[in-house]
Design a protein around this ligand. Structure first.
Ligand SMILES: COc1cc(/C=C/C(=O)SCCNC(=O)CCNC(=O)[C@H](O)C(C)(C)COP(=O)(O)OP(=O)(O)OC[C@H]2O[C@@H](n3cnc4c(N)ncnc43)[C@H](O)[C@@H]2OP(=O)(O)O)ccc1O
Ligand SMILES: O=C(O)CCC(=O)C(=O)O
Ligand SMILES: [Fe+2]
Length: 351
């Protein structure tokens, strides 16, 4: 029978086996390094099955009701799903297949990729921040920074490069449309080049890979956190596992996979820029006992050297600023310096 590798971090990180390599050992239970303390596990009694986040149909984009629904969802829920968003099914399906092909590569090839990838373009990792976590998360991920075409050609892995690039080209148009509406509702007349750069100047496509897990109740796929993006555009497969915090701050709401849908959520950057009008809601992922799940978030971020703070337009009516001006690289370095910890990262920017 297989047993847990003696030096687990070396096996996971240095040898690039990841949690996929661990799951492939078919261990009867997860190693203790993955066992979350009781209070950190999702309590099934806290799930409210009768609640759900809105699903918005983008077919009639020019209808003011559609734009009102986006505003309502961003202020009340911070999360919504969109259907009929015009990204072709084939582009999405080809990308999902390429993600599986990538993670099924032998560990040797992944190790070689890790060793030869500059982290500002490609980052292959496991868990969240293993150097900062006392309990690991049951997830591997590949981050592809939407950099120049030259860097993409040089460094994105060939096995998924064309599919990822095609998807990003389509998604970019959707992201611009969403940001335009979200800003218009904050009295920002125009998404000019400078504002566009602030909100979406550094985009990252991540491939999250959650292998089937013998003890899904005790591990975290991803622990409770809010995203540090402006917005996140998430493509999930049909397995399910994502939960968002209910408005009472205590319950959890399941986000069911919907055929052809993308999940959109407001990140901390837009919560800060909107002075709290838009909500960056806590969410978490539960692993699956029998099936591997993938999800593909696009983290739509400001460039690292951007200063973020409440927009002048949202303070025009005399509202007091709730957040200070912070350098985005300070913000995300703080995020990565500790384990996922719910909504606590935003305290870094609070006045
Ligand atoms: C919720 O779960 C998540 C969320 C995310 C979120 C992803 C983002 O949106 S990150 C936004 C930041 N922008 C980038 O990552 C752009 C690409 N990266 C870079 O250009 C550089 O890495 C840098 C961000 C400018 C930082 O460079 P540097 O100052 O040299 O610092 P590093 O040595 O690279 O980082 C130190 C340490 O922090 C961790 N870390 C930094 N960036 C990331 C990252 N993007 N993803 C994961 N971890 C990061 C990491 O532990 C670094 O140590 P290493 O020894 O591993 O390099 C992502 C994942 C989730 O699960
Ligand atoms: O896998 C998911 O559904 C969500 C992942 C997530 O929250 C993240 O990567 O930030
Ligand atoms: Fe997230």
């Amino acid at each position: 029978m297989n047993s847990t590798p003696t030096n687990l971090i070396d096996f996971l990180v240095n040898q690039a086996n990841g949690v996929k390599g661990l799951a492939d050992l078919n261990l009867p239970s997860v190693p203790p390094q993955y066992t979350q303390p009781l209070q950190a596990r999702l309590d099934p009694t806290k799930i409210v099955p009768q609640e759900s986040i809105p699903i918005i149909d983008f077919s009639n984009w020019d209808d003011p009701d559609v734009q009102d629904s986006i505003f309502d969802a961003a202020t009340k829920w911070g999360f919504f799903q969109v259907v009929n968003h015009e990204i072709p099914f084939k582009v999405v399906d080809d990308l999902k297949a390429a993600v599986h092909s990538f993670f099924e590569l032998p560990a040797e090839e992944k190790k070689c990729l890790k060793e030869n990838s500059p982290p500002e373009v490609v980052r292959l990792a496991t868990s969240f921040s293993p150097h900062a976590e006392s309990v690991l998360e049951w997830k591997d991920y590949l981050q592809l920074v939407y950099a120049s075409e030259e860097k993409i050609r040089a460094y994105w892995p060939a096995i998924c490069r064309d599919q990822a690039l095609e998807y990003m080209k389509h998604a970019e148009a959707l992201i611009r449309k969403l940001l335009k509406v979200l800003l218009k509702k904050l009295n920002v007349k125009e998404l000019d080049k400078e504002r566009e750069q602030t909100l979406m100047g550094a985009m990252i496509l991540a491939f999250n890979y959650y292998p089937a897990c013998p003890d899904p109740e005790v591990v975290a796929g991803v622990g409770p956190h809010s995203d540090i993006s402006s917005i996140t555009v998430l493509l999930q497969d049909d397995i399910g596992g994502l939960y968002v915090r209910g408005s009472d701050g205590d319950s959890w709401i399941y986000v069911p996979p919907v055929e052809g849908a993308l999940v959109i959520n407001i990140g901390d950057v837009l919560q800060i820029m909107s002075n709290g009008r838009y909500k960056s809601i806590e969410h978490r992922v539960v692993a699956n006992r029998s099936k591997t799940r993938i999800s593909l978030p696009i983290f739509v971020n400001p460039p690292p050297d951007t200063v973020i703070g409440p927009l002048s337009e949202v303070l025009e009516n005399g509202d007091e600023p709730k957040y200070k001006q912070v350098l985005y690289s300070d913000y995300f370095k703080y995020f990565f310096s500790k384990p996922h910890d719910g909504k606590k990262t935003i305290e870094f920017a609070m006045i």
